[in-house]
Write a protein that binds this ligand. Sequence first.
Ligand SMILES: [Zn+2]
Length: 362
Amino acid sequence: MLLEQLRLCRNLYNAALQERRDAYRKAGKTVTAYDQMKYLTEIKAALPEYKGVYSQVLQDVLKRLEKAFQGFFRRVKAGQTPGYPRFKGAGWYDSICYPQSGFSVSEKTAYFSKIGNIRIRLHRPLSGKVKTATITRDCGEWYVSYVCEVEAAPLPATGSQVGVDMGTTYFCITSDGEFVENPRHFQRSMKALRVKQRSLSRKKRGSNRWKKAKAAVAKLHRKVARQRLDFHHKTATKLIRENDLVAHEDLNVSGMGKGNLARSIHDVGWGQFFSLLAVKAVSAGRQVIRVDPKYTSQACNKCGHTCRENRVSQSRFVCVACGHTANADHNAALNILARALPSVQNVEVMRGLRSPGLQSGE
Ligand SMILES: [Zn+2]
C-alpha cells in the first residue's frame, strides 16, 4: 500500500513537471503549484486511483515541485550552475508528507487517512504540538517522522565563551584547547564504505551481484550518516551546554577563499554540524556567531601580527614578530573567538568574559 502511494505521488510529480515544462516552452507561461492544485479534482475524476491518496499529500507533491523550481531559479539568479528539476525515476521518490491533518499516532500504531493503521515502534514519546508526519522509505525499511513544535528551554548562563576551529585530522579544536576527534567507530565505517564502494564498481551494472552490492553500499551509507549525525548532535550539545557563546568560521566565505580540497570535502559534514549548533542555541537561549575566516590561521593571537610565515607547519604556529609559539589550530580557535566578541550585543555576556590575553586579530 505504501509503495502504491509512492508510485502515485511520483507519477503526479513527473506529470506536473512535464506540464510546467510544456507551458513554458510553448507559451512562455509559468505554472505555479496553486494553478496545478486546482486540477487535482479533475485528476481524481479521470484517474480514480488518486482518490486513494489523501488530498493534502497530493498538494504537498505539487509544493515540493514548486520548491525545486524556486531553488532552480534562485541558483540561476545567483549565477551558479543550476540543475533543472528532474523527473523522478522509480527509486528516486521515497517519501510522502501529511502536512497538517489526516494522521494520528499512539504507542503502537500510526494512523493515516487513506492508508489506515500501521504497526510502529515508537522510538520516543512525542512532545509539544505535532505539526506534520512524513512517511519515508529508506533501504527497504519504512519510517515515520513527526515534526513537533516545542517550547524553548533556556539554560542558565555559564559565563563561558568558546571559539571552534574546524579541522581535517581532528573534527574541531576549541579555544579552550580541547581537541575533538572524529570517533573511531565512525572512521572505521568510512573505511568499510570505501571498500564496499570499490567492490560495487567491479560488478556488472544491473546484475544480481551488482544489486546486492548496491544495497550493501546504501545500507553502509546510512550507517555512516547516522553515526555522523549522532556525533554532531553530541558535540553540538556539549558546546551549547557549556558555553553562552559559540563562535565558528563562516563556511560560505571560507569555501571561496581557502580552496583546500580536504576542507571542502568536510564541508558537507560541517554544514550539518553548524545547523544543529544553531538550532540548539535557539532552543537553549545561547548565541552562535559566524566569523569571517580570513587569516584566522595566520594571525598571531598574542600580538596580532599576521603573515603566512607565522604558520610553520600544519600543526605548529610560531609568530615571527613576537615569538609566540602555539598549536596552529588552537591559535586559530582563539582568533575565531576574539573575532566574535566585538559583535556580542549582550553587555551581560561581555562582563562575564574570561578572555586570557585575547586581542582581536587585526
Ligand atoms: Zn605575535
